[in-house]
Design a protein around this ligand. Structure first.
Ligand code: CU
Length: 104
């Protein structure tokens, strides 16, 4: 983590998983500690974050009636994606959300 990120205040970002989408912001800041607050509206899902190179960089379960916290610092601007990593029904394979880090 850069010194800048260590000093920046953390930002809480709610994430709601549902069949078959992630409800979350489309833009997030770079070099800022993000605390994802992850829950589910229906069944168990998994919130997996892929970096611009397509590599899994962080993941946490998304569970109904429960909030899991995932702390991430995005050090590289670009296009990221969240994908569900736990089979949750017929639409599981298309359950994804792209988001941009950095920029406006
Ligand atoms: Cu799924």
């Amino acid at each position: 983590m850069s010194a800048t990120a260590a000093l920046a205040p953390a930002r809480k970002v709610p994430v709601i998983a549902e069949q078959y989408a992630f409800i979350m912001p489309s833009h997030l800041p770079v070099n800022t500690p993000i605390i994802f607050e992850v829950t589910s509206r229906d069944v168990n899902h998994d919130f997996g974050i892929y970096n611009p190179q397509g590599h899994l960089m962080a993941q946490v379960q998304a569970m109904p009636d429960y909030t899991n916290y995932l702390r991430v610092v995005f050090q590289e601007p670009g296009q990221y994606s969240a994908r569900c990593l736990e089979y949750c029904g017929i639409g599981h394979a298309i359950m994804a959300k792209t988001f941009t880090v950095g920029g406006k």
